[in-house]
Design a binder for this molecule. Structure first.
Ligand SMILES: [Zn+2]
Length: 440
């Protein structure tokens, strides 16, 4: 561990500190000169916010708030006290600007250093950072975290794979920080060139969604190049909260990420009711920064779907853990009062070797009771006996809703020629949204 006194603190010690920090945060925001915060916290008294449970009395913040108060409106300190700003591109219109004080920059490096150690990094390592440097928080975030750890950081940034492979080989990098797709591209090019004996032990991957299946392929490709086991671990973060380093998978427990909750308080909410869900249940991740100065966020709605798990991990860390992100709340379907995330359906379907991966989800709204139809293609022309029943059973236990499952020969379901693949369809009348031949 990089900071054992924080990372392995007891649950009760953790809660005491968090309550105090939260109280101080509200006090600071109510006394800062930002009209946004004065308005947002109107009617809230710092005296009433003493424990983590009091978080639920506080209002939310969203990406729209950042956009509406572009560029500096949400700063809790005078702009002159900030030392750096990053920007994330908005899907429409203005970018989102985030800013850091000197202490925030130190905090950013601290949580990234912890994250690197989670993946197995050591101070004597060479760390090759192939995230983009610039307005995006990935490059500089991993860079200063690596330096904080004491590693020798190579600021390779993106692009120029030939030079990157030469540096990875000649400088004997122990760790590679990159998006999963770029880490895979590097592995493919290295294999193509016949490179072997690379020194890399761990990959720190994030900034885009990647599945467990992809992890398996990525680890296998790098293990082949290195001639020893290479692990790939998921780093989570978002610039509105700080950047990468909000949460990190450890070497011992892939599949769940430690949230550094002495700085970022996690909550999981039902996106429909905005109420907290019990631990272990999926919902929207909402984060509160309790130690950031320039741009603290209160109950920031990430839109990311995950579940929270508590208890000490095999690695000894006591931070709560979030499951790897299972999708976005924007994608959520509500079927008979149950929240269903399309990614969960995909997970079950991709596990079945008899299927070829093409599928479609139809939310049938013709009756008052909404039903869920799942169509999937088999590899070949004849669906194996009992497969539809087996899948229905698997999906029911995962989703807590019973879908209808229909299997089709390959090349039956509609294909998306351009852009994002369309998987979810609505059925409102007798027109079949998939345009399939009638079976009756
Ligand atoms: Zn752990």
């Amino acid at each position: 561990m990089f900071r054992a006194e924080a990372e392995a603190a007891s649950e009760s010690a953790r809660r005491d500190v968090q309550g105090r920090q939260l109280h101080e945060l509200v006090q600071v925001l109510k006394n800062c000169r930002s009209d946004f915060w004065l308005d947002r916290l109107d009617g809230i008294e710092a005296a009433d916010i003493r424990t983590v449970d009091d978080l639920q009395q506080l209002p939310f913040t969203t990406k729209a708030d950042l956009r509406d108060n572009y560029p500096w409106g949400m700063l809790a300190v005078p702009r002159s006290l900030t030392v750096r700003a990053h920007a994330s591109s908005g899907t429409s219109g203005r970018p989102t600007i985030v800013a850091y004080t000197s202490r925030d920059v130190t905090l950013f490096a601290e949580v990234v250093a912890r994250s690197l150690v989670c993946a197995g990094a050591r101070s004597e390592d060479v760390l090759h950072v192939a995230y983009g440097y610039g307005l995006f928080t990935g490059g500089l975030g991993l860079h200063y975290g690596g330096e904080k750890l004491g590693a020798t950081v190579i600021p390779a940034s993106g692009g120029n794979t030939e030079l990157q492979l030469q540096l990875l080989t000649d400088l004997r990098a122990d760790g590679l920080a990159a998006t999963p797709s770029f880490a895979m591209l590097l592995a493919e090019r290295a294999a193509h060139q016949g490179l072997t004996g690379l020194n890399v032990r761990y990959l720190v991957c994030g900034a885009e969604p990647w599945s467990e299946g992809f992890r398996g392929k990525l680890e296998a490709a790098w293990t082949e190049l290195a001639g020893h086991p290479v692990i790939a671990r998921d780093i989570y973060g978002l610039s509105e909260v700080i950047g990468p380093g909000v949460a990190m998978e450890c070497a011992e427990s892939p599949g769940s990420l430690h949230v550094f909750d002495d700085h970022f308080l996690p909550e999981i909410l039902d996106p429909e009711t905005d109420k907290r869900v019990p631990d272990g249940q999926r919902g929207e991740l909402v984060l509160t920064t309790v130690t950031k100065e320039a741009l603290p966020v209160v109950r920031y709605r990430t839109g990311d779907v995950t579940a929270l798990q508590r208890g000490t991990c095999a690695c000894g860390r006591t931070h709560p853990r979030i499951a790897r992100i299972e999708g976005r709340t924007d994608d959520m379907l509500i079927v008979r009062g149950v929240n269903v995330f399309p990614r969960e359906i995909e997970t079950v379907l991709l596990e079945a070797e008899e299927l070829n991966g093409a599928y479609a989800i139809v939310v049938d709204r013709r009756e008052t009771m909404v039903s869920l139809d799942i169509h999937a293609e088999v590899a070949g022309t004849v669906p194996p006996e009992g497969l539809a029943d087996h899948l229905r059973h698997r999906l029911t236990s995962r989703l807590r809703v019973t879908p209808r499952v229909t299997l089709h020969p390959e090349d039956t379901l509609p294909r998306t020629a351009v852009g994002k693949v369309k998987r979810v369809y609505e059925r409102l009348d007798d027109t079949d949204p998939l345009g399939l031949p009638r079976s009756d």
